[in-house]
Design a protein around this ligand. Structure first.
Ligand code: SF4
Ligand code: SF4
Length: 103
């Protein structure tokens, strides 16, 4: 099976993703920087954040980083931009923004 070449995927944008691409093996989420599928990205306002970690618990992609029991950033190499973190944040500290200004 042809291997999916993800070189430079962090700069691809969603339009360059191959249609119907598959990742044929399990347990390789760290190796495949699937954040390139994203059309929107979450951004966080540290002033509003209360470190409740609801975003961390609810992220289906384990793309919210935690350090010393506090919010420590998004893993944009794997975040798919689903927006769940923004929905569950009770204080409105997360906003979804367009990934690259593409329509
Ligand atoms: S859900 Fe909102 S307030 Fe809670 S840790 Fe995440 S960004 Fe901070
Ligand atoms: S947008 Fe979705 S995948 Fe990305 S950090 Fe938020 S919940 Fe996780």
């Amino acid at each position: 099976m042809k291997k999916w070449d993800t070189t430079g995927i962090e700069n691809w944008g969603w339009k360059k993703q191959p249609l119907g691409a598959t990742i044929p093996t399990a347990g390789n989420a760290v190796d495949n920087k699937t954040g390139g599928w994203r059309t929107e990205r979450p951004v966080q306002d540290a002033e509003k954040c209360t470190n409740c970690l609801l975003c961390w618990i609810n992220c289906p992609d384990s793309s919210v980083r935690v350090k010393d029991e506090k919010w420590d950033g998004f893993d944009y190499e794997h975040c798919k931009g689903c927006g769940i973190c923004a929905k569950v944040c009770n204080v409105g500290a997360i906003t979804m923004i367009n990934e690259r200004g593409e329509e």
